[in-house]
Design a protein around this ligand. Structure first.
Ligand code: SAH
Ligand code: SF4
Length: 444
């Protein structure tokens, strides 16, 4: 979502004459768009600020200036402290008020101290943002939902991104059509809890994510739709059915479970059991048998015993994931779990993380190996590292490297998958390699 937000910030600042530069050395303004989800992500901000300070000083010594802004969830959570701790910062803006950037930039130019805006305004920033103007490639993000009301006991999102909010269907469709007109072939719908989407439709009634996806699937030339991130409890029957029925909805689902232990899931306030999760997975696989499943795990949540951790490994062995993200539990200020008495020692967390990742990496490698010999439509997104090579994505979100001409960039072409590694596949163009594959063309 920060990638999407950063794009919108650039759109907002373009009318003021700003354009993106390749390096901070060339910039008149640097915006650090930050993440507060784990401590490590938050720490990065201060080290980046340390690197920017000499650049700003040099610029000042030469009679100019460099405006330094911090945006995103660290700004939201630690804004006031940051203004004190890092005087190099000129502007601090939270994730729900960045539509005010043009005005804040003007204020920052006039002010001596840091300008701070970390409100949660009653009206949505989306009412003030221009529609996305452009996308860097044929696959784009589109925020449809933000914030969260679930209050998992480890998570800062409800405090930093604020209450759950869904954009109106009409707004999403307009933005999607603009992106497709600009050459986008694949959209990933974003939200911290995207499958809780309940945005108002044209008649004012709340639409589900499944309804939104079905409406998006009618946009000609929008060949691929994905969404992330979902909560197991909001994986409704109509959304599961859409996976079996909507051809443009790609066979990949990121559905975090966090833990396989019912006691830990309860302490996390996830409000589902391991078995509830497994039953959802069975339903999803029944609707779309080739679906690739991805997940998030936290190890070392307060109170997690060896037996709890063994339950997580058991769940992983039962599901078989195509990919996954896993993290050591990180105590976040203000969250209930951060003050629990039963914190797990760092070394135990490290051991569990490495055992978990070994198993997940083996599953991911096996998933990629099982793709060898398959023919799949690949959307080419960018040039590869080697000359004459392009990188694209399979329907199952695998990165695929292919020797292919630049003319295929932005197109979907049939590729035979020939070699697999843990994080990518090598493919060869199938047939004449020029077939421009499109779901919509096929249906027509
Ligand atoms: N809404 C999604 C998660 C969004 S946060 C869900 O409910 O599953 C993205 C991921 O960051 C989470 O899935 C979790 O695995 C991880 N995460 C969040 N808070 C964390 C914390 N305090 N420590 C470690 N990992 C955390
Ligand atoms: Fe955080 Fe996801 Fe839980 Fe919401 S549902 S509190 S975003 S982990």
């Amino acid at each position: 979502m920060n990638v999407y937000d950063s794009g919108r910030m650039a759109d907002l600042l373009a009318p003021l004459g700003y354009e993106e530069t390749g390096t901070p050395e060339m910039a008149d303004m640097v915006i650090l768009n930050t993440c507060h989800i784990r401590e490590k992500a938050a720490e990065k901000v201060y080290s980046e600020l340390g690197r920017l300070r000499p650049l700003k000083e040099e610029r000042r010594a030469a009679g100019g200036d460099m405006l330094i802004a911090v945006a995103g969830c660290v700004a939201q959570a630690e804004g006031e402290e940051m203004a004190r701790r890092a005087p190099v910062v000129d502007l601090i803006v939270g994730p729900q008020t960045y539509h005010r950037l043009p005005e804040l930039v003007a204020q920052a130019h006039r002010s001596t101290g840091a300008v701070l805006d970390t409100d949660f305004p009653a009206e949505s920033k989306f009412d003030h943002l221009p529609y996305t103007q452009r996308s860097e490639g044929p696959a784009a993000f589109l925020s449809v939902q933000e914030g969260c009301d679930k209050f998992c006991t480890f998570c800062v999102v409800p405090y930093t991104r604020g209450a759950e909010f869904s954009r109106p269907v009409g707004d999403v469709l307009i933005e999607a059509r603009r992106l497709v007109d600009g050459g986008v072939r694949e959209l990933t719908l974003l939200g911290q809890n995207v499958n809780a989407y309940h945005g108002p439709g044209p008649a004012g009634d709340a639409w589900t994510l499944a309804g939104l996806i079905r409406a998006l699937a009618e946009i000609p030339s929008l060949d691929r739709i994905r969404y992330t991130t979902s909560h197991p409890r909001d994986m409704s029957d109509d959304l599961i059915a859409a996976h079996g029925e909507v051809e443009q909805l790609m066979p990949y689902l990121h559905l975090p479970v966090q833990s396989g232990s019912d006691a830990i899931l309860k302490a996390m306030n996830r409000r589902h059991t391991a078995d509830d999760y497994l039953r959802k997975i069975e339903k999803i696989r029944a609707a779309r048998p080739d679906i690739a499943l991805s997940c998030d795990f936290i190890v070392g949540f307060p109170g997690e015993s060896d037996a709890d951790f063994a339950d997580t490994l058991k769940l992983i062995n039962t599901v078989n994931f195509a990919s996954a993200f896993s993290f050591k539990y990180s105590a976040r200020p203000g969250t209930p779990a951060s003050t629990a008495g039963s914190q797990v020692p760092e070394q135990v967390k490290s051991e569990r993380l490495s055992a978990l990742q070994q198993l997940l990496t083996a599953q991911q490698t096996a998933f990629n190996h099982a793709s060898i010999g398959r023919t799949a439509p690949v959307l080419f997104e960018k040039a590869g590292r080697q000359p004459g090579q392009l990188i694209g994505r399979s329907p199952w979100l695998q990165a695929v490297f292919v020797d292919a001409d630049d003319s295929l960039l932005g197109n979907i072409t049939e590729v035979t998958l020939v070699k697999a590694q843990t994080n990518s596949l090598a493919g060869e163009l199938t047939g004449d390699g020029k077939i421009r594959w499109s779901t919509v063309d096929k249906v027509a």
